[in-house]
Design a binder for this molecule. Sequence first.
Ligand code: AMP
Ligand code: MG
Length: 402
Amino acid sequence: METGISVERAIELIRAYTNPVGTERIPAIKAHGRVLAADVKSPIDQPPWPRSPLDGYALRSEDTKTAPVKLKVADTVYAGGWSDKTVGAAQCVHIMTGAPIPDGCDCVIRQEDTDGGTDEVLISKSLRHYENYCFAGEDFKKGDVLLPSGTRLTGNAFGVLAAAGLLREDELLTVYKPVRCAVLCTGDELVPNAVRPLPKGKIYSSNEAVLAARLTELGIEITTVQGEFSDDPNALADAIRQAAEEADVILTTGGVSVGAKDILHETLPILNAERIFWRVKLKPGTPLMFSLFEGKPILSLSGNPFAASATFELFARPLFAKLCGCEDLKAETLQAPLETPFEKFGKCRRFVRAILRNGRVILPEGHSSGQLASSVGTNCLAELPPSDRPLEKGSPVWVWML
Ligand code: AMP
Ligand code: MG
């Protein structure tokens, strides 16, 4: 087991020991939210023919060299229609947005740049070759890779399938199987929301609510959100065994530090689980642990609500990216200047809740890892580097988007 490792090494180990879930073939119409495990190619050109991007007149640009000029209107074509006319010299076709451009034409003049005539039309300006002309296959061509493997089939990707005529029951797509995750929160002090009033010495468990919501937002199925609520190593071992029957991955919170009731240290040997690492050089959430039970990853987060939520973003997301075959699940990172100075400094890399707004990083009040309320409305984690003095306004920091 490695210990006291960097954030990068921890992510590297998590990904090295995690394998993508298997794949399956399912009807395209049922694939919303799933991740492609093979490229999807287009069977058609889109649009299938050259089309007009506006209402006006389709014509030959060479006829407009001497504009203003009058042309004969040989036909009218609407979206959904078709003109068989081949447009010749001094001719044009009245055309609407989305209609196919007839043969012979190489451009379209806007209705507003004409006198709108019906038999004959006055063209007020000259046009370039292919001005206002959408080519066949402008969006995509037959044989193009429309959606590469690893794409999550959400809004626009689903629309592209439809535009290519692939959104059908009989079009099968190769996708990764849904990823199923179990969440087990440990701690004798925890009670579920069903308990009211709150007994002495107890608090409501919030970690499973945060993790379950984030998992849903990332498209991960939750198998058992099981209030374990006990600091008994054997009971937790049983719960992990049971969870592993269905889940591809198990998240635990609490019990990974060095306290008397930090039971993961007893539970994992009971399970014969292989410990890959424990303790990562970051704040909060230092006692992060990663292990394998019968080959399945168990990521054990510290119980402190902000620590659990921050280490979920930093470490669980790359794990899910690997499991799901979808790298988009990892947090996007970028650099931006601090708007709010940060007084606390130290030798350890620190991640704090933050708001990235107009390219600047604003820090809310309340940074203890036991505080959750100040996280509401934040949209990123700001990474504050080790420092021997407070970080001033304007200091560049890395930002991990939620
Ligand atoms: P632990 O990691 O078990 O030592 O817990 C650290 C702190 O986080 C303690 O103050 C716990 O009461 C608190 N905590 C642990 N689990 C949860 C949870 N599921 N919801 C809210 N707070 C928790
Ligand atoms: Mg505990």
